[in-house]
Write a new protein. Structure first.
Length: 250
């Protein structure tokens, strides 16, 4: 029986693209609400708690990126932009609009199933933590006056709460686990896509660019700067690391 708490809103103007996606999502245990326009999709997301939103290009009213922009402030759902290719400009525009991830090519059903399984593992853990259930005991990572708390799923700086998406939280957690250790963009992509312990190892340039966009958004929320970083330092040609106190004091 489908668990009604596992819900996907599929926003796609192409009726022919629906059945295959419906089958994959139903088999993964989701109830699926379809919308054939951007405005209707926004209404579907507003109507009830949603775990994942798939947004396709070619919508008949507002375009994919505007649809994502309207959805992002009203939901904590994981938004995936379903792009026809991994063209870097299209990827960046979708992520800057508020998508958490993108998928290139609409026929990659096995990858979609793997992605949503990884997303749901993360979301189930988030719900457990927010309900006071922590099978791993929880942890509070402190880095000067920045605190990331997995028991409350909060990020604070000097006591002020910083609103971050689940994707930004996950990347910050990864960096804070070992401050000073460089995390490559490839590592970060695999971490977000659930491929750390095997699976699809191909990382495109657009995948790596998506990490740059998420880190830029995270820096903005932390009040950080790429030119004069206080928290996250770019290691050219490799990736990112948290700046240690010793580094900051120089």
């Amino acid at each position: 029986m489908v668990n009604e708490k596992r819900r996907v809103v599929l926003i796609c103007g192409d009726a022919a693209a629906g059945p295959d996606f419906d089958l994959v999502l139903h088999n993964a245990g989701f109830s699926v609400d379809r919308a054939d326009s951007g405005r209707l999709g926004v209404q579907q997301v507003e109507r009830a708690e949603t775990d994942i939103v798939l947004v396709f290009p070619g919508l008949p009213d507002i375009d994919m990126n505007e649809t994502i922009q309207r959805i992002r402030p009203i939901t904590k759902a994981h938004i995936i932009a379903m792009l026809p290719s991994d063209d870097e400009i299209e990827v960046v525009l979708a992520l800057e609009a508020g998508a958490d991830q993108y998928m290139a090519g609409t026929g990659r059903m096995r990858e979609l199933r793997a992605r949503i399984n990884a997303i749901m593992r993360q979301r189930v853990r988030m719900r457990q933590l927010l309900n006071g259930i922590d099978p791993d005991g929880g942890e509070e990572l402190r880095h000067r006056d920045l605190i990331l708390n997995t028991s409350t799923w909060d990020v604070t700086i000097d006591g002020t709460s910083i609103p971050v998406t689940a994707t930004e939280f996950s990347l910050l957690h990864m960096l804070l686990m070992n401050p000073g250790r460089v995390r490559s963009k490839q590592e970060m992509v695999r971490h977000l896509n659930g491929y750390e312990n095997g699976g699809d190892s191909y990382i495109s340039s657009a995948d790596q660019r998506s990490i740059e966009v998420h880190i830029a958004n995270l820096r903005r929320k932390l009040g950080d700067s790429a030119r004069e970083p206080k928290w996250i330092e770019t290691v050219r040609g490799v990736g990112y690391r948290m700046i240690t106190e010793q580094k900051l004091a120089v």
